[in-house]
Design a protein. Structure first.
Length: 264
């Protein structure tokens, strides 16, 4: 099972709404640029991006001298990425595939770094997350790094109510669920499937695989002109009080969790 069909349907609207640019590395909503130091030295490094979407981050890495492979399950996201890579004059290897079986696309021990932004939360279950982390471990060289951001599990598990309180009903609910990713501005919506994972689900997968934790960051939002515009056209346009990505809400509940680990 994967969400390829859903992502193909919303790809154009997603790209239009979030307008992510390849001239900077995208960690998540309103994340500061200072995080880029986590990427380390990029020149000549062989890097795999998982759930690359339209490969804006892959293009950024290639522009900084890395040799990059972008993997995504959605053909529409990758087609958008191919056009962006061409427009930016960089070569990216594009692979259409499911990261839940990522080991079948590559030889073991070949990557210096594996990166992912806002994609690994789409692992279907905590068990499949563990399998993905294990496969990533095997694809990395010794001293290789996994650097990823996800929807912060606390934010992901809850919502803002009309009184501006953040409500989490059941942090431990890991049941498979379907939800609508909707783009009312384009009259488009897709049903996505997956399950919530807790912070401990990520950390225990990492520790049990043998990775060493190097960074664990809950970034506080940057306060500049795009802060007020991020996702304003989203489904929260008529109900801004519920927008989890407004600067005031991100100052209270983190939107993004960033983890960096190394294979020693
Ligand atoms: C929120 S987007 C993030 C993409 C990009 N990093 C960005 O910030 O725009 C999530 C991406 O993960 C991809 N994806 C979801 N599940 C996947 C899977 N099982 N295997 C590979 N890609 C997947 C989707 O197609 C989508 O492009």
């Amino acid at each position: 099972m994967d969400n390829a069909k859903g992502w193909n349907t919303i790809s154009k609207s997603y790209q239009k709404r979030y307008n992510i640019q390849p001239n900077k590395y995208y960690w998540g909503p309103l994340c500061p640029k200072s995080l880029d130091k986590l990427l380390g030295n990029l020149k000549g490094k062989r890097i795999l991006e998982l759930g690359s979407g339209a490969a804006q981050n892959s293009i950024y890495l290639a522009k900084h001298g890395a040799c990059v492979t972008a993997l995504d399950v959605s053909s529409e996201q990758l087609n958008y990425g191919r056009k962006l890579a061409k427009a930016n004059n960089v070569h990216i290897e594009f692979v259409q595939g499911n990261f839940e079986s990522v080991k079948k696309y590559f030889e073991p021990n070949i990557f210096d770094k594996i990166v992912s932004s806002f994609a690994l939360q789409y692992c279907m279950t905590p068990k499949s997350l563990k399998s993905v982390i294990n496969q990533i471990f095997n694809l990395l060289k010794i001293k290789g790094e996994l650097i990823f951001s996800i929807d912060h599990p606390v934010r992901h598990h809850g919502y803002w109510d009309q009184n501006d309180n953040f409500i989490i009903d059941n942090y431990f609910d890991r049941n498979t669920k379907s939800w609508e990713y909707s783009f009312p501005e384009d009259g488009i919506s897709s049903t996505m499937t997956g399950s919530y994972k807790t912070i401990a689900d990520y950390i225990s997968s990492i520790i049990e695989t043998g990775f060493i934790l190097k960074a664990f960051i809950e970034p506080e939002p940057i306060d500049h002109e795009i802060s007020n515009n991020f996702a304003v056209k989203s489904r929260y346009i008529d109900d801004p009080k519920k927008n989890p990505f407004s600067i005031n809400h991100l100052k209270r509940i983190p939107g993004t969790l960033i983890i960096k680990v190394v294979k020693e």
